[in-house]
Design a protein around this ligand. Sequence first.
Ligand code: ARG
Length: 457
Amino acid sequence: MGKLWAGRASGAIDEAAEDFNRSIRVDSRMYREDILGSVAHARMLAACGIISPEDGEAIIDGLNAILSDIDEGRLEIDLSAEDIHTFVEQTLTERIGEPGKRLHTARSRNDQVALDIRMYLRGRAEATGELIKKLMLTLSCRAEEAKTMVMPGYTHLQRAQPVTMGHHLMAYAMMLSRDLSRLRDAAGRMAVSPIGCCALAGTTYDTDRHYEAQLLDFGAVAENSLDGVSDRDFCVELGSALALVMTHLSRLSEEIILWSSWEFKFVELAEAYSTGSSIMPQKKNPDMAELIRGKTGRVYGDLFALLTMLKGLPLAYNKDMQEDKELIFDAFDTVDACLTVASPMVGTMTFLPRNMRRAAAAGFINATDLADWLVGRGMPFRTAYKLTGELVAECTRRGVTLEELPLEAYRERSGLFDETLYDAINIDNCLMRRTSYGGPAPESVERQIEYIREIIK
Ligand code: ARG
């Protein structure tokens, strides 16, 4: 395919350099946006009297035919073209002749590509949002099931206080709800049309940027033409929102990996979401979770590369910016792939509540409750804290739990103790009483599930 910029240039460009310069392998996925953007452009040009109504019609019909031919496999995108903009424009001109050559009036590939990416990413952000919602829903359903499955809550990976698997899973649903809102925020700020900024300095034609933006469903137009063609903030913002999605998926994956180990065995992954070892017959490996954790670095890399690509660029367009698409596309592809696997992986894992409870029974996760019981009897918290610490040490010496320590041992240390202390440190009771807003008691987890379901709606 020929070059759009043939005219000034005489000698042929070096073959390797030409390929190096080419972006069609990456940007061909924006063919739909490129064509729809061009349809709107032709409509605007005709409405403003910059091209004739007949030329406008011919261009629009030609573009629509190209779109359906690509969609239906009748037209293959020529990967020897420089980029998707070149391919579409040249195909149009081959098909309809002269009028095709008028399409590029009052625009440049600089505003065209800035428009295409925004349109394309708008769709991607929407689709990723749906996948996030799906995982939020899965987590909520599993949390409903697991809202009474007591397990230790950890700090420093040391058993700390009782929570439930349901409460724990809902923490991830909350993180994802913020991811969803960040993605929507970023998409909202991206909804500004750059088309009509042209190469960098607008145009002398009497165009109507607002009309063209409206045709393409943009609520606003870029206020400054230099900014319009050189702004890639939205790629960074989306990349950052995606990086955080990966952070959350990676933390969840890490926990699933731990939980499915023999050391924990709180969950068992379904066969469909685990693998075996080629040598150790007993192995069931959490490969999907590990891959999600592993791919997190890619998305961070995409974000960092985007930031770095932009930081030294003088205004306005520079070819460095061609790199934006490969990076942000990779970030979206990776996140979507991870979300697609994460939902059913979480949805199909088996809970092993007896193991959770066994872990909850050891580790003195009711020590705070014991101290709180003493506070209820009038002891200052700090004194109760110290006394409980001594009791824990006593239990450790005897190799028993707080529930197993006889009343005499308690009474030796404080006359405040009586039989009712055992009720207070019963793990189930400890959980049921944690009814504070946001806490792990089943009714509180119910409220959290309700909150997430509201967002999904
Ligand atoms: N393929 C280019 C990109 O992705 C399109 C814009 C080309 N503009 C230019 N002045 N060379 O950035």
